[in-house]
Design a protein around this ligand. Structure first.
Ligand code: SF4
Length: 378
């Protein structure tokens, strides 16, 4: 079998006008009514594109609405404190996206007069903006003739051209990018890019493409060859990494707990969100956590360690998945007379932890602690 990429254009030049007409007409007739399609405001479109990275449309909608209600313009976002931005993002995951948005908003206000830049180089220089996002925002908001290539579009192109092999291989990806450029209806870039993405999201779907309903079926090589469902070829997957994280929920008699921003291995998993003291553990999370508390944080935790190690009450295990990492959260409740004073740490009420930007994993641990407290009647 030939696994080399097919680099020829998927649609012959003579068929291009009809192909474009059909796809655009289909999109204008069938497109889903999504909030970010009711605006040409580059700021709102940019927010939607960042949120939609690695997150499903249905999950994004409520976050998008709340985020824009709180930060309706780039100026509002630039003026906000990063904690407020992260709080509105909490639950969406991949928190570096929110921090980059905030940094980029400041740059847009400081260097671009508060308008998302129109130039590709200027857009690419902003934090968190890669070639996909730049092309998406500039084409959708400003109709700039830049073709987008994301997973949905790549799948459509691979099927149209019967491209075999792993689409993320650089050589194949480059060939798909060239195909995307060749097909682009440059006088209607906004609708065109959205039409390609919409076709991939709603008709040319990963498992069972609905070719009978496809507006461009007559030009599709995979359909003609009867191999639409076999394409694209399965990706060579990164091996799942299993990690155990041991976390300590300290609790004082007033119901306050201690959270910090860790920057070690464990902290890196959660992008410097507020979290319970935690350590990446081996087979014995309790011992590893005790070591963290007594060795790394000796001085600050000496208040209770010296007066006899506090009881470490195990909480229900929880699971958390971040990209290719499966994390087992082994957490323990430690009741202390008073919380240690640590520079930069916070001591919120455990029941009100949500008021801070915390990751979904931290919320799971807090929920397990609150359940245990309820069960014990405290
Ligand atoms: Fe995708 Fe089928 Fe349309 Fe080809 S005919 S583009 S495989 S939905």
């Amino acid at each position: 079998m030939n696994h080399s990429p097919d680099t020829s254009a998927p649609i012959p030049p003579t068929a291009l006008p009809a192909f474009r007409r059909r796809l655009l007409a289909w999109y204008r007739r069938e497109k889903r009514d999504l909030d970010w399609r009711r605006t040409r405001d580059p700021y709102a479109i940019w927010i939607s594109e960042i949120m939609l990275q690695q997150t499903r449309v249905a999950a994004v909608i409520p976050y998008y609405r709340r985020f824009l209600a709180r930060f309706p313009t780039v100026q509002h976002l630039a003026r906000a404190r990063v904690d407020a931005v992260l709080r509105r993002w909490a639950g969406l995951g991949y928190y570096s996206r929110a921090r980059n948005l905030h940094r980029a908003a400041k740059e847009i206000v400081a260097r671009h007069g508060g308008k998302f830049p129109r130039g590709l180089d200027d857009a690419l220089a902003l934090p968190g903006i890669g070639s996909y996002t730049a092309a998406a925002v500039l084409s959708i908001a400003y109709d700039q003739p830049l073709a987008v290539l994301d997973g949905n579009v790549a799948r459509v192109l691979a099927r149209l051209g019967a491209v075999r092999g792993d689409l993320r291989q650089p050589k194949i990806w480059r060939s798909l990018a060239a195909s995307a450029d060749a097909l682009l209806a440059s006088n209607a870039a906004s609708d065109w890019n959205q039409a390609m993405m919409e076709l991939g999201a709603t008709v040319c779907t990963p498992q069972t493409p609905r070719c009978d309903e496809c507006p461009v079926e007559r030009w599709c090589r995979a359909r003609a060859l009867g191999i639409a469902e076999e394409l694209p070829a399965a990706r060579v997957k990164s091996k799942t990494q299993r990690i155990t994280l041991a976390a300590a929920v300290l609790l004082d008699p007033h119901g306050r707990t201690l959270v910090l921003r860790q920057t070690d291995d464990a902290g890196a998993l959660f992008s410097r969100m507020w979290q319970f003291p935690a350590v990446q553990a081996g087979k014995q999370p309790r011992q590893d956590l005790a070591k963290l508390l007594s060795a790394h944080l000796t001085r600050v935790f000496s208040t209770f360690i010296d007066s006899g190690a506090p009881k470490m009450q195990p909480l229900d295990d929880a699971r958390h998945t971040v990209t290719f990492r499966e994390i087992r959260l082994a957490s323990f409740l430690l009741r202390v007379e008073r919380l240690p004073a640590i520079k930069g740490a916070r001591t919120p009420l455990l029941a009100e932890l949500d008021h801070l930007p915390v990751s979904a994993a931290t919320r799971k641990i807090a929920a397990a602690a609150l359940r245990a407290l309820k069960a014990s009647g405290s």
